[in-house]
Design a protein around this ligand. Structure first.
Ligand SMILES: Cc1ncc(COP(=O)(O)O)c(C=O)c1O
Length: 382
C-alpha cells in the first residue's frame, strides 16, 4: 500500500458533470450555460495595468503576503465601500478566493474539527475542509426559505467541535442573498460559541431588487475571515487573484501554510488588481447592471413555462431552476436539455443532495445567446 493515495482520494468519487461534459464535448454549437466565468473580457484599462507592469520588468516574486500596493488597494476598498478598517497585517494576496478558503481552513482546522456548510454549496468547499483534516457538517436549505438556512437548523448543527461556518452570499448556486436577520444570527452565534465565520464574498456586487450585500466582517470582525476575489467583480477569472482578510494571527498562519503552496500571488495579477480596486466604480457597476438584466430576462421568460419555476431574482450570476415539473430528475433533465436542444446546464445535485430537482443556469453569455437559450427551453416537451 506504499503507493496508495490519500484516503480522501482513494475511492473514485461520483462526478456528475463528467458524463454530461463528455456528451457536450462531442456536440457542436451548444449553448453553454454551465460556467461561472463572465463572458466579458477584462476591461481594457485593467489589461493595460497588467501590460505596464510586465513592460516595467515586474516579473519577480512579490512579498509573500502581497505587494504592498495591492494590499493597500484592498484596505482602501474595504474602508471606502463598507467602512471596514483593516491594517496591512489583516490582509494577504491569494491566487483567487478558492486559494483563500483553502488557506483559511488550513490555518484554523485541527483533525476532527467541524465546519458547517449550507447545501446546496459551491462543491470545492467539502474537499477543501476534508483535505485540511476537518469534517463538513451539512445544513440543507430549501426554496421555501429562499435557500437561506433556518436559525433552528443552524443551531442544531452546532456542536462543541464546530470551528467555523462557511457563508456564501450572494450564493453560488442558488442566487440567495442572506438577509440582515440571518447574518446577525450567524454573527451572534459565532461570538457566543467563539467559532469562525468564513465569508465567501466573490459575488458581493451582484445583488438586485431590494436585496443588499451586508459584509459579515462588519457584524463580527474578530470572528470573520473573508475570502475575496477579483474574478467575477472585474471579469478577471484568468488572472487568478483574490485575498484573505481577517484577524492577524489567522493571516500569519495562512502565510506560513502558503510558503510551500504558492508562496505569493502572481505579480502581474496584483498590479492589474491594484488598478481594478482603485478604480472600482469605473467597472463594477456596469457588470452588476448587465448581470441583473440577464438574470431578470431569463427568469421572467423561463418562469412562463408551466413545468419550471425560479424564485425572484436576488443575486449572484446564476439562476437555480426547479425543473421537477418536467417529471425528470435533474441529471436526466440536463441530459435531455443538451441532447434535444443543445443547452448545457449543471444538475443541482452537483452542489449536494439539496440541489436535486434543480438545475443551475449561469447567465455568463451575452443577451442574444440567452435569447436563443430561452427559445430552446420553450421547444422542450414532456
Ligand atoms: C462561491 C465561489 N467561491 C469561490 C470561487 C472561486 O473563485 P476564484 O476564481 O477567486 O478562485 C467561485 C468560483 O466560481 C465561487 O463560485
Amino acid at each position: 500500500m506504499s503507493r496508495s493515495l490519500a484516503n480522501l482520494f482513494s475511492q473514485p468519487s461520483e462526478n456528475i458533470m463528467s458524463e454530461i461534459g463528455k456528451t457536450a464535448a462531442l456536440m457542436k454549437n451548444i449553448i453553454n450555460l454551465s460556467i461561472g466565468d463572465p463572458d466579458m473580457t477584462t476591461p481594457a484599462p485593467i489589461l493595460d495595468a497588467a501590460k505596464d507592469s510586465l513592460t516595467a520588468g515586474d516579473t519577480h516574486y512579490s512579498a509573500s503576503d502581497g505587494d504592498p500596493e495591492y494590499l493597500k488597494a484592498i484596505i482602501d476598498f474595504y474602508q471606502n465601500k463598507f467602512g471596514i478598517h483593516y491594517e496591512m497585517a489583516n490582509v494577504r494576496a491569494t491566487v483567487g478566493a478558492g486559494h483563500a478558503t483553502y488557506l483559511a481552513f488550513g490555518a484554523i482546522l485541527n483533525p476532527g474539527d467541524e465546519v458547517i456548510i449550507f447545501e446546496p454549496y459551491f462543491s470545492p468547499y467539502k474537499t477543501e475542509i476534508e483535505a485540511n483534516g476537518g469534517k463538513a457538517v451539512i445544513v440543507s436549505c430549501t426554496a421555501e426559505n429562499s435557500f437561506q438556512p433556518t436559525e433552528a437548523a443552524i443551531k442544531a448543527a452546532i456542536s462543541d467541535k464546530t470551528k467555523a461556518i462557511l457563508v456564501n452570499t450572494p450564493n453560488n448556486p442558488t442566487g440567495a442573498v442572506y438577509d440582515q436577520a440571518l447574518l446577525q444570527t450567524l454573527a451572534d452565534l459565532a461570538k457566543e460559541h467563539d467559532f469562525y465565520l468564513i465569508a465567501d464574498e466573490v459575488y458581493w456586487p451582484f445583488v438586485y431588487g431590494d436585496h443588499e450585500f451586508i459584509p459579515l466582517e462588519k457584524l463580527a470582525p474578530e470572528h470573520t475571515l473573508v475570502a475575496g476575489s477579483l474574478s467575477k467583480v472585474f471579469a478577471m477569472t484568468g488572472f487568478r487573484i483574490g485575498y484573505l482578510a481577517g484577524p492577524e494571527n489567522v493571516i500569519t498562519a495562512a502565510g506560513l501554510l502558503n510558503e510551500g503552496i504558492t508562496f505569493s500571488a502572481p505579480s502581474t495579477s496584483q498590479a492589474a488588481g491594484t488598478y481594478a480596486l482603485n478604480h472600482i466604480d469605473e467597472f463594477t457597476p456596469e457588470l452588476q447592471e448587465e448581470f441583473g438584466k440577464r438574470l431578470n430576462y431569463v427568469a421572467t421568460e423561463l418562469n412562463k413555462l408551466p413545468w419550471l419555476s425560479i424564485l425572484p431574482v436576488a443575486g449572484s450570476i446564476y439562476l437555480f431552476a426547479d425543473i421537477s415539473g418536467s417529471g425528470m430528475d435533474d441529471v436526466a433533465f440536463s441530459n435531455y436539455l443538451l441532447e434535444q436542444v443543445g443547452v448545457l446546464v449543471i444538475p443541482g445535485r452537483a452542489f449536494g443532495a439539496a440541489g436535486s430537482g434543480y438545475v443551475r443556469i449561469a447567465v455568463t453569455q451575452d443577451m442574444p445567446t440567452l435569447e436563443a437559450a430561452v427559445n430552446a427551453f420553450e421547444k422542450l416537451t414532456f
